[in-house]
Design a protein. Structure first.
Length: 139
């Protein structure tokens, strides 16, 4: 009986492993997206953000992508004019880091979003870290 249980468990594990090998389009999109988070009202890169950007640059170099799009999201806290300036500074910080990591600047484009493209819905003026992100999308 124990042998059968082990065989069933092994088959289940093998089945799960096989599922992870065959990835669908959604999995492919996730592998080509890297997310960097920022502190409120800051554009400086944390060590974790720098590592994420390095991973994106390495992946872009290895896969030979032709375009890297930065989707810059800001939360509903802060002034609209300040938010635009902050988004520009965050874009510049990530672009500079990607270039430092070997990505040609000509491959990098950006788009800036402010509400309603938030991960976590909030009222105006509410600070939400999940909404202060930049997605690095490799195409």
């Amino acid at each position: 009986m124990k042998t059968i249980n082990y065989m069933v468990a092994a088959a289940a594990i093998f089945g799960l492993a096989a599922c992870s090998v065959f990835s669908g389009p959604q999995d492919s999109a996730k592998r080509n997206t890297f997310v960097v988070f920022f502190d409120f009202d800051h554009a400086n890169l944390s060590e974790n953000a720098a590592r994420t950007i390095q991973q994106a640059a390495d992946s872009a170099t290895l896969s030979g992508v032709t375009n890297i799009n930065l989707l810059v999201h800001t939360d509903a806290a802060g002034r609209d004019s300040g938010t635009r300036t902050l988004s520009d500074r965050r874009t510049a910080a990530i672009t500079a880091e990607l270039v430092k990591d070997g990505v040609p600047a000509a491959k990098i484009t950006s788009s800036i979003f402010r509400e309603p493209d938030q991960l976590a819905a909030t009222d105006d003026g509410v600070h939400e870290p999940q909404n202060r992100r930049t997605e690095i999308i490799l195409k």
